[in-house]
Design a binder for this molecule. Sequence first.
Ligand SMILES: Cc1cc2nc3c(=O)[nH]c(=O)nc-3n(C[C@H](O)[C@H](O)[C@H](O)COP(=O)(O)OP(=O)(O)OC[C@H]3O[C@@H](n4cnc5c(N)ncnc54)[C@H](O)[C@@H]3O)c2cc1C
Ligand code: SF4
Length: 333
Amino acid sequence: MHTFEFIRPTDPAAAIATAAQSKTAQQGADVRFMGGGTTLIDLMKLNVETPDRVLDINRLPFDKIEVMPDGGLRIGATVRNSDLAYHATVQKDYPVLSQAILQGASAQVRNMATVAGNLLQRTRCLYFRDTAMPCNKREPGSGCPAITGHNRTLAILGASEQCIATNPSDMCVAMAALEATIHIQGPKGTRAIAFGDFHLLPGNTPQHETVLEPGDLITHVTLPPPVHRSKQLYLKLRDRASYEFALASAAIVLTIAAGKITRARIALGGVGTKPWRSPEAETLLTGKPANDASFRQAAEAALRNARPQSENKFKIELAKRCLTYALRTATAS
Ligand SMILES: Cc1cc2nc3c(=O)[nH]c(=O)nc-3n(C[C@H](O)[C@H](O)[C@H](O)COP(=O)(O)OP(=O)(O)OC[C@H]3O[C@@H](n4cnc5c(N)ncnc54)[C@H](O)[C@@H]3O)c2cc1C
Ligand code: SF4
């Protein structure tokens, strides 16, 4: 493993000033923040990530979950995934988020992993994780062997000719449906980014995964006030019952009045190059009766632009059934 300097700052400004010396915000950056380390250290052991300096941010004051005056929730960047999933307010008002987190990884990983680290976890594409292989995301311009190789688990929505890697996060799918906001402190000050604008499509620059710039530190995430009487569900389909990434998943936040859907927020996981919000499904569901016909039409709309690779055509129907079943289950009670 590459040797590196390990730094434990106690002041956010000092951490940001150090990280701002990096040429890029993420890939290849020589100064990196570390939350739980379950992505970063994992990739450093594989020599996929080789930072010279690692800034452990666990001493910074970002470990609180607080209900805000407007009723929304403020979640610190270093809050552990387990603490978030089991927080009483999250379980009561944002159950889709709790369910999504608890269906990811293992209890041990969730006890270490932080909210910000989960937002920035990297693809599980096997070529990305193997430095003997080319990969446009790891080494821009080197090629994408996944397009003609093993791509069963990779993306069917949002892919480009340069990269077809899936975003693997479960938590992010729920945050997309909950319309979270990501708060950043950087060398140029603070800013807030709507969840849907945070992750980037691969396009011609798959090495750029988010809008973060060098030195940008995620400080917290906010959720809007809970939607009164909403029906929420996270459904994850995968090759085995636990400790496995999604082949397809769906996060749903719905309100229904007099048998009709009055508001719908839908996001898909395991199928997109970023956590995949579906405005198509949301528009189709709004005003429709909460029945199987509406659910299937919404699923068809959500997957209309899907483009399969050689090994993952099955994901299109899988994702449609995932969304349809999730909608049926969420509205059954
Ligand atoms: C065996 C295994 C199975 C897994 N299964 C699943 C699964 O089923 N579903 C799922 O969703 N996930 C899964 N994961 C991934 C896991 O959720 C992530 O590894 C974890 O969420 C990353 O959080 P972390 O705090 O450890 O991140 P770190 O490794 O500390 O950091 C990850 C990235 O975020 C950056 N970073 C961290 N904090 C900040 C900050 N505040 N501001 C800016 N940048 C920051 C780091 O520089 C790094 O680039 C699995 C992981 C493992 C190891
Ligand atoms: S899909 Fe993306 S991450 Fe995977 S090999 Fe191609 S460029 Fe690399």
